[in-house]
Ligand binder design. Structure first.
Ligand SMILES: [Zn+2]
Length: 160
């Protein structure tokens, strides 16, 4: 780099300079062969890029990327498992699960922490009841009122 202003030229070509900086470059260009040459090169390069065909991914790469997009992340799977937690009568258990999810979400890389929290007996109990919870979810019972009814079914059955 032979001229301190040369580093402004990319931004100048991209029209990304503020008014003051742009005028400074424009005033400088006629007297600096290095910057004029660099500017011409940048413009030629941009023109080549603009006319170049967009790179196309190979079918294999495309398939791999699409598969990766469809694959649920660990946290999505965990969230899917824990979503019906409102059905569990023990509020403390629900609070514990939610807290552990929050902790896990604040540190997305730490899957080990989430696995460790499943060793908590309360969480294990939840995990053991997940089949039941999943069944309710399959029925489409996501409305909080419906869930309330399901949660208190035993009380309703006890009524004459
Ligand atoms: Zn210059």
């Amino acid at each position: 780099m032979s001229c301190p202003l040369e580093q402004e030229l990319t931004a100048y070509v991209d029209d990304a300079l503020d008014e003051v900086a742009r005028r400074k470059v424009e005033a400088h260009l006629p007297g600096c062969a290095a910057c004029s040459g660099t500017l011409a090169l940048l413009r030629r390069t941009n023109a080549l890029w603009a006319n170049a065909p967009a790179p196309r991914p190979s079918p294999a790469l495309r398939a791999r990327v699409l598969a990766e997009i469809d694959r649920p992340t660990f946290l999505q799977r965990l969230r899917g498992l824990l979503r019906p937690v409102v059905l569990v009568p023990a509020g403390a258990l629900a609070a514990g699960v939610i807290a552990s999810v929050v902790v896990t979400r604040s540190d997305p890389g730490d899957e080990a922490l989430a696995l460790e929290s499943l060793q908590d007996p309360a969480q294990l109990e939840l995990a053991l009841n997940l089949d039941e919870l999943d069944d309710l979810e399959v029925l489409g019972l996501e409305n909080p009122d419906d869930l309330e009814v399901i949660t208190h079914l035993d009380e309703l059955e006890a009524m004459p």
